[in-house]
Design a protein. Structure first.
Length: 201
């Protein structure tokens, strides 16, 4: 091979080496650019992820606030229902008690009529009718929860009895109720009318 051929071969090799180097440089540059782009993409994704995390945290906080508000509202509503039911019951009991109080003098009059009935055993249908009405009224009271307050021969109790007369008598015990002048009545735990009584000692 001649010198000229050698030179041309060397030039070709150098040219090829230069082209290879350029290609390699270009590849490295492209790789660097790709790496740089990847880093930028990762950073962007991280930022986006952080934003999403913050949005989720905010939404979680908002959700918890709504849950607290719901629980609070529910508790308030339950309390309102209980209070309303109690008020309704109280209103009903008050109205019922007032109605019974107005009927009590009528019952007293029926009892007086029965006490003053015929002394003999005659079959007086009018008298029997009064006794039946009185019994029916007392049965109705019983079924509605209205009770007569027991007083006769009981120890005087200022919570249910109203003493209007007082006598000293050794035949009776201390603070013993010896006569009921007017019967008392109660409904559930409320006194509709105190028993008007005469107390000994």
């Amino acid at each position: 091979m001649s010198d000229k051929d050698n030179i041309e071969t060397n030039i070709n090799k150098n040219t090829q080496n230069e082209e290879t180097s350029k290609k390699n440089g270009k590849c490295i540059k492209e790789k660097r650019e790709k790496t740089s782009e990847s880093k930028k993409t990762i950073e962007d994704k991280d930022k986006e992820l952080n934003k999403l995390k913050k949005v989720i945290e905010d939404k979680d906080k908002e959700l918890n606030d709504y849950i607290k508000l719901l629980r609070s509202s529910r508790a308030e509503f339950d309390n309102y229902k209980k209070r309303t039911n109690k008020e309704k019951e109280t209103t009903y009991d008050d109205g019922f008690g007032d109605a019974i109080k107005k009927i009590l003098p009528i019952v007293d009059n029926f009892e007086r009529a029965v006490e003053c009935g015929p002394s003999d055993e005659t079959n007086d249908s009018f008298y029997e009718g009064i006794k039946m009405v009185l019994k029916q009224t007392k049965d109705c009271f019983s079924s509605c929860g209205v009770e007569e307050i027991s007083a006769l021969n009981e120890k005087f109790d200022p919570n249910v009895h109203n003493a209007v007369m007082h006598i000293e008598d050794s035949n009776y015990g201390e603070n013993e109720v010896i006569e009921v002048l007017q019967k008392g009545y109660k409904y559930k735990d409320r006194i509709l009318r105190y028993s008007m009584v005469k107390v000994a000692n």
